[in-house]
Design a protein around this ligand. Structure first.
Ligand code: SAM
Ligand code: SF4
Length: 391
């Protein structure tokens, strides 16, 4: 019997292995209270936890700076949790650690809970160099906010938008959709009227282990479908275009930081629970197929003890599937020629069968070197990526 030659995929030599890290995410896990739907790494502040956190954050930053060559940052994002909950001296210390080890960026976003906004805090954030605020509005209806266990009301959320806009911030508002009892059209209308340039709409998800899960809260399929159908045209009416599964922006005001994630760029991940994506330190000592690394830090208590996540190898193939998983979220899709050059792997040839299956199912379409999810494909991205993992 004649043995079939294993099919070889062509491996390209990356023109030059990418080493620049131009983005930074820092995690601050503390919140005034924990919302019953939230599954992020969050906790309430107690005793000396915040000062312990800031001390360890300095060590984390110093270690990370030594591990990788330092490049000027293009974007940074301090998220959580609720970083805006930090007191003035704490926020100043956090920013000074980042500046000392990594410098600053022309797009610097702070995640803000409306309940933590005051005129003096807004002025401080501005003076510290933040340019953008991602505000957790969630809804503009008091009964919905109450149901979500939020500590602010609608009036506070709208005043927070005004105060941030007045201080010169770019403002993005988060809305949670498909909440039982929510009048979504009213929320979209009220948010659109504020004139902000960026809105994220997240369907309420009920995560195992959360109080909502334990209480048996459910999301109705028809509310979910309605949210997907209504958000885009309603926000279009205010000049905001959907540019990613959940994100809408006026042209030129897309989040550059999140776009870097979706384009599978490298970024530092600082703090407890934070994830980072890194180039390999040396092409000489690395196995041929490993071209990058990912690392997720452990949660607070281990992290405070000095533990860090392991560096997980990312092979050429992993790099391409990550690039697809992230990049297909973008409405404009991804340039497979550029991903192939970065990965050193001819992705179109290597995954030819999966691309074909997804095109046949009407999930993906090509425009020259750019592949993008169709409208139908956009809502089943998990299934799309499974086709590539299975290959
Ligand atoms: C990490 S939170 C940070 C925002 C800030 N802590 C706040 O809540 O005001 C980012 C966003 O994720 C969204 N989110 C969190 N949990 C969610 C869930 N279970 N379902 C849908 N959206 C969720 C919320 O819109 C929230 O504003
Ligand atoms: S939604 Fe925001 S404020 Fe609420 S627990 Fe999660 S991170 Fe904290």
């Amino acid at each position: 019997m004649k043995l079939l030659e294993p099919q070889r995929s062509s491996t390209l030599e990356p023109a030059q292995l990418e080493t620049a890290i131009e983005h930074l995410y820092a995690h601050v896990p503390f919140c005034p209270t924990i919302c019953p739907y939230c599954d992020f790494h969050v906790l309430e502040r107690r005793g000396t936890l915040v000062s312990d956190y800031l001390r360890e954050f300095k060590r984390d930053a110093a270690q990370l700076e030594l591990l990788y060559p330092r490049n000027p940052l293009k974007t940074l994002y301090i998220g959580g949790g609720t970083p805006s909950f930090l007191r003035d001296a704490e926020m100043t210390a956090l920013v000074s650690t980042i500046r000392q080890h990594f410098g600053w960026a022309s797009e610097a976003t702070l995640e803000v809970n409306p309940g933590t906004v005051s005129p003096s805090r807004v002025a401080l954030w501005r003076d510290l160099g933040f340019t953008r605020a991602s505000l957790g509005v969630q809804s503009t209806q008091d009964q919905v906010l109450k149901f979500l266990g939020r500590t602010h009301d609608a009036k506070q959320a709208l005043s927070a938008i005004d105060a941030l806009l007045e201080a010169g911030f770019e403002v993005s508002a988060d809305l949670i959709t498909a909440v039982p009892g929510q009048d979504l059209d009213r929320d979209l209308e009220t948010i659109g009227r504020t004139g902000i340039n960026h809105v994220s709409c997240y369907t309420l998800t009920i995560e195992a282990g959360t109080p909502f899960h334990r209480a048996g809260v459910t999301v109705r399929e028809e509310d979910e479908a309605l949210a997907l159908e209504r958000a885009e045209p309603a926000l279009n009416g205010f000049g905001l275009e959907r540019y990613e599964v959940s994100n809408h922006a006026r042209k030129g005001f897309e989040s550059r930081h999140n776009t870097a994630y979706w384009q599978n760029r490298f970024y530092y991940g600082l703090g407890a629970g934070a994830a980072g994506h890194y180039p390999i330190k040396s092409a000489i000592t690395s196995p041929l197929d490993v071209i990058a690394q990912r690392r997720t830090n452990p949660h607070l208590h281990e992290w405070l003890l000095g533990q860090r996540g392991d560096l997980e190898p990312v092979t050429r193939e992993d790099f391409v599937t990550d690039a697809l998983f992230n990049g297909l979220r973008l409405k404009r899709g991804i340039d497979i020629a550029s991903v192939s050059a970065r990965a050193g792997l001819d992705a179109r040839e290597h995954f030819a069968a999966a691309f074909q299956t997804c095109a046949d199912k009407g999930w993906l379409e090509w425009d020259g070197d750019v592949v993008r999810a169709t409208r139908a494909g956009m809502w089943v991205l998990n299934k799309v990526v499974m086709e590539f993992m299975a290959e």
